[in-house]
Design a binder for this molecule. Sequence first.
Ligand code: UDP
Ligand code: MN
Length: 262
Amino acid sequence: GWCNQAFVTLATNDKYAKGAVVLGKSLRNHKTSKKLVVLIGPHVSEPSRAVLQTLYDEVRLVDVLDSGDTAHLAMMQRPDLGVTFTKLHCWTLTHYSKCVFMDADTMAVANIDELFDREELSAAPDPGWPDCFNSGVFVFCPSNETYGKLLQYCTEHGSFDGGDQGVLNGYFSDWATSDIRKHLPFIYNMSSIAIYTYLPAFKQYGSNAKVVHFLGKTKPWSYTYDPNQRRVQGDVQEASSHPGYLLEWWSLYSSCVLPLKQ
Ligand code: UDP
Ligand code: MN
């Protein structure tokens, strides 16, 4: 049923917490019937946690270093994979039967509850290497057994790209060939990169997007926003490739944060 299904995201610091605020708000605005869970690291400040509490059903502190379990051991062997281990923690949410993980730099622009019809591990192709899935949006089933195997895979093989995407593609290595239903359409993880790598396709299909992913170095929170003029400031050259989405991100962010400051 709906009550044991959840959208899950992760924020280890206040910057990514801003993204989690917008993601949570975007899912609420599109009237999701699922639970919302955010995993936070110990460095997320109290004010950020307070905003997240207003949007998420569960704000769950994940401190891999303190956890004293197998994750701690794995972490000691691979300290380079800190955020990755934290992300893998989503498999321990076993009070849910199925979840959809979404990066904190994603934003829903439509209701996406239909993703819960998919099985583990469903994800959209990575725009840079389409035989790999992009780990910014994926359907998974929490399980302590899978979690243990993932940690083991991580410590033994590491990550070919240094992050969670490398680990997950290594572990779920049959994604590309096993079952086409596990290939989510690109509209569920439309990275802004596609706008300039394949503009005609973006013009043709972009309006169908259901999730926008601000993949890459420059995140929405890297810009500054003037809420009075409703304008994004900064190097909007790059921003101009996704101007509407960036404005939408900022207007969602202000709608959550400004009322609390007054
Ligand atoms: N993340 C985090 N803190 C960090 C880096 C990453 O919480 O310092 C989480 C966050 O949910 C983020 C995800 O890990 O969305 C993946 O990182 P990012 O989105 O920056 O990678 P990209 O999608 O640009 O490859
Ligand atoms: Mn991302």
